[in-house]
Structure formats: C-alpha cells, structure tokens
Design a protein. Structure first.
Length: 208
C-alpha cells in the first residue's frame, strides 16, 4: 500500500495576539512544487533540514524557509509543476484561522507522518515499511507561510517564474514570519508517489 508521508516544521509565535499599529496586515501563502522523483537529493536535503533545524523561534523558521528554498532552487531542473495562492490583508485572527485550515487540508492527504519537527520537538516514525516496488516517480513539496509584508508572487507558469517566486520568498525577514510549515511526500526514498496519486491529491499543480 502506498504510504504518504510528510515532514513538518511549525512555529506560531505570540504575534498572533499582537495588534499591529502602522504595520502591514498579515497574509497566508501556499506554494506547491511538483518534482521528478529522480531528484533524490531534494529528499536528502529536506531530511537534513528537518534534523538540524531549531523550530522553536522565528529565526529557526527563517532558516527552514531559506534552506528549503535553496534545496528547491538547486533541484530546479527536476521541478515540473507549481502552484501558489495568497490570502492578503487578513486580521490576525483570520490569518491564524486560514493558516490552520491550510495545514489541516494538506496534512489530511497523508496516511502517516513519518518525520516531524514541531517547536523543536523532533519525532521519527519507528515503523518500517517495505518498498512497494514502484519507482519513486514524483515528489511534492508544500510551503505554508503566515507573515507580514508578503511579496506579490508572479503566476507560476514556467520554471523562471517559479525561481522568481522562490527568490521573493527568500527575501522575507525573520521578524515578519508568524508561522510556517514545510511538508513533502514521499519522505523515504523507497516510497513512491505515482502520477495518478499526484494528480488526485494535488489537482491545482500546473505544468511549468
């Protein structure tokens, strides 16, 4: 049976309860990238980030965001599809609700969470799954970000536009980050995500 797995970085700082004066209203962004499974170094990079990241503060989340973006840029030749959405100018409470809604929607696609880093509490599944014998066809990476002053992203219809979107995200200062999640599937190299499964679970991905 196909085991869908994920890696999560999550941190909500006390900014949810702060009333900002003369500050940009918070926004919530989701960016998804579909990659060929032959780009195995992407999985290894994300696993490494999960193991070393301190997700208990905004600087740690900024590190996660920067390193994830670098991993995607370094493997950009394998990226074949993308999608982005931004909910702008939300209230702080509305931003938190939308962030949590996106998180639940994405996490609900997984059968199992095999590697988790939440507030710097790290958990790895001890369950061993045998390979299903299928090639690792695709990898999907999802970034969910709540922040103030989110840049306007270009529509992701080409590899160049994806690179520009990632570079814009990399420019966000750590002080503006309110919450972040990075999820991907499959996490283990001997698991697979087929083309059909990718289309069913991530129908908004568009070819680059």
């Amino acid at each position: 049976m196909f085991i869908s797995v994920f890696i999560l970085f999550f941190y909500i700082i006390d900014k949810w309860s702060i009333s900002y004066i003369d500050a940009a209203k918070p926004s919530v962004l989701k960016l998804q990238v579909g990659s060929l499974g032959t780009g195995r170094s992407l999985q290894r990079d994300l696993n490494r980030i999960a193991k070393v990241a301190d997700t208990s503060n905004s600087k740690g989340l900024h590190f996660v965001l920067q390193e994830t973006i670098l991993a995607l840029l370094r493997n950009s030749e394998y990226c074949i599809s993308g999608y982005s959405s931004v909910d702008n100018k939300l209230s702080v409470a509305g931003c938190e609700r939308r962030f949590n809604q996106m998180s639940i929607e994405e996490r609900g696609k997984f059968d199992e969470e095999t590697l988790v880093n939440v507030n710097n509490i790290k958990k790895k599944s001890a369950t061993s799954h045998s390979s299903n014998g299928l090639p690792n066809e695709y990898i999907v990476v999802t970034i969910i970000l709540a922040a103030r002053g989110l840049p306007k992203l270009p529509p992701i219809k080409s590899s160049e536009q994806l690179k520009k979107a990632l570079q814009k995200l990399a420019s966000i200062p750590s002080s503006n980050i309110m919450g972040a999640e990075v999820l991907w599937t499959p996490q283990k190299e001997d698991d697979s995500l087929t083309e059909q499964e990718m289309h069913e679970d991530y129908p908004l991905l568009r070819p680059l």
